[in-house]
Every structure is written in C-alpha cells, then in structure tokens.
Design a protein around this ligand. Structure first.
Ligand code: SF4
Ligand code: SF4
Length: 171
C-alpha cells in the first residue's frame, strides 16, 4: 500500500481568499496567537460559528519557512493543517482529497483506488480527533478489514471523487 508522503510543494500553506482560509477551533486560535506573539506578528480570525473561526491568511502563512520549505509550528499546527490533503466538509458529510496537493496529483490514480484510511493514516487520525472534539466523544476510523483487502467485498472508500477539486482546508 502506497502511503502519503508530503512533497513540500507548499501549496497547502498559500491562501488566496476566504474560500480557502483554514477553519480553526477556539482553542487553536489561542495557540496560534501565542505563537504569533512570540514572533512579533499578528493574526486575523473571523468568527463563523460558536467555537469556529476562519483563519484569514493572504498569501503564504506567516508560520511557513521558505528556507526549509516547512511549517515552523509543526507540533502545534491546527487540525485543518494536520489533516490536509484530506478535506472534511461537515455540512455535506463528505471527506475528500485535495488535488491541490502535489503528492495527491502525482498519485491520483492510486488515490481513487485505495482506502484513504490506509493511505493517509496520520491525516485520518487528525480527522478523527476533530470529530471527537466536535462530538465530545471518541471517534475512530478503522482501516478496511482483511476481507475487503482480499477483494471479498467491495471496498468502502470514503474518498468522494466528485468533490476532489474543492479548495483547501475546510470543515
Ligand atoms: S500552520 Fe504550518 S502547515 Fe498550517 S498553513 Fe501555516 S505553515 Fe502551513
Ligand atoms: S500540498 Fe501536499 S505535498 Fe504539498 S506541502 Fe501540502 S501536504 Fe505536502
């Protein structure tokens, strides 16, 4: 099974407008503001619902480091960053894979044939964590069972191909 490996293309750290601003939780806003204070920068958030905010970023994220092509708050980055290239749309009840990610684009044929839980285990873990926080109960997304892997039954692939062209981090 091919597993996702970030190619550091930086596409997920560049934002062009409200449609692709990351959705962050209230607790994450506090963490981000604390990291921004340490660096002497200011951030902007738009409240969209109780406990939910849009992180308004124009251009590259202020925590993106060009020299290393990496995130400078990797251990503290919000769930919407941790789950990318998976896109959770709670309103529609869909989990999509972003074609804006270079790795996904290069491996798109495999992505649409594979079990997203095995291909993106860490990112699925972040989705589970987000759902657990929202629902106030632990949510797990188990890998397909061995019967499915052997082709005994059709795989349940949560990837919604119809939505794969969607923008970046959404909740
Ligand atoms: S917090 Fe890190 S991963 Fe998220 S957009 Fe900023 S630089 Fe990228
Ligand atoms: S878009 Fe995909 S490959 Fe590019 S930096 Fe983000 S996660 Fe990595």
């Amino acid at each position: 099974m091919t597993r996702f490996k970030c190619l550091r293309c930086s596409h997920c750290c560049f934002f062009t407008g409200e449609h692709d601003y990351p959705v962050v939780l209230e607790g994450e806003v506090k963490v981000l503001e604390e990291e921004a204070r340490k660096r002497g920068i200011s951030l902007s958030f738009i409240r969209i619902a109780n406990g939910f905010y849009l992180w308004a970023i124009e251009g590259f994220c202020p925590f993106y480091d060009f020299a290393s092509s990496s995130c400078t708050i990797h251990e503290k980055k919000p769930l919407s960053c941790r789950m990318f290239p998976l896109l959770l749309n709670i309103a529609r009840g869909t989990l999509n894979v972003s074609m804006m990610c270079d790795w996904v684009y290069v491996n798109r044929e495999r992505v649409f044939r594979s079990d997203v839980r095995q291909m993106f285990p860490d990112e699925v873990g972040a989705v589970s964590e987000l759902l657990s926080r929202l629902l106030g109960t632990r949510v797990t997304m188990k890998p397909a069972d061995s019967k499915n892997e052997e082709g005994g039954e059709e795989k349940q692939n949560p990837v919604n191909e119809a939505g794969d062209q969607e923008g970046k981090q959404q909740s």
